[in-house]
Design a protein around this ligand. Sequence first.
Ligand code: NAP
Length: 310
Amino acid sequence: MALHRIGIIGLGKIAQDQHLPSIRGNPDFELLAVSSQRGLTHEDAQHTFTDWRDLLKLPELEAVSICTPPQVRHEIARAALLAGKSVLLEKPPAATLSELQDLKLLGERVGKTVYTTWHAQHNRGVDEARAALAGQTITRLLVTWKEDVRHWHPGQEWIWQAGGFGVFDPGINALSIVTRIMPEPVFVTKSDLQFPSNRDAPIAADLVFTSSQGGDLKAVFDWRQTGPQSWDIEIDTQEGRRLKLSGGGSRLEIDGRVVVDEKAEEYEGIYARFDELLNTGRSEVDDAPFRLVADAFMIGRRIAVEAFDD
Ligand code: NAP
């Protein structure tokens, strides 16, 4: 299949840590251009811009990876699609559900690929967990996603702004695993959101879910965790199966036996999937994790907690 000439918009942490090396390592892609407001560049890129609108004018550009904060993703993705470019959307795919729906419909209208990436889903442990839970009745789900925001998001002001999602920025990764592996959909029935008094986004959240199968289903997200970090999902089934996914999905235990324990190659998986979608002219718009976050905010109880500074 033809080589995909791709551009990256926003050369922040995730673009540098994952997108640039994954594109370099995938022979189906060629980095044609990057756009960085701060004027950063990359040795692989043939063109560098400070305004993403100029990048979109390149006629030979097929697609863009939009690695900005979510608040500006819709405007950029819309312009890209209208310029005839396919779009890879970092998570969260937009700022609101309506924006994402607009991109899905626009992609269909202009005949270009729209791909919502959920990097945590690209772990073999997640696929194995999904297979192990198929046809089972879930009696207990406990998601524990606790990390140190100062370590993982140093100086990122946008995550604390309204529309930056706060602790749901990592929490949505857990929810993207939940929506992938649970045999029946879950619904948020209770949501306690802790907002630092000086911030417009939550630092912690406690969620309770229900599903048609019933069960004791919960998630705890906290950004104030120092020391060991927790990215764990525990599940018990009525049939007696006990699963533990840890390390963000990279390690899976079933009934106490380690089934998967391997280095995550999430972004390699993302670009392999994007290649398939571009080659077949299809889109993949999975809004299930995003809907759960929207629901958590919609029915959320706001609890003020002490001010938090980086
Ligand atoms: P970041 O380090 O703050 O990088 C975002 C970059 O986007 C900025 O450095 C800036 O790059 C560009 N940007 C900012 N505001 C912009 C605007 N108004 N218009 C155009 N470009 C703008 O954030 P990040 O951690 O890379 O996160 C970016 C996205 O990836 C988020 O949605 C996040 O949830 C997701 N993500 C992050 C991680 C992670 O580990 N950090 C993991 C997975 C997914 P330039 O100055 O170069 O333009």
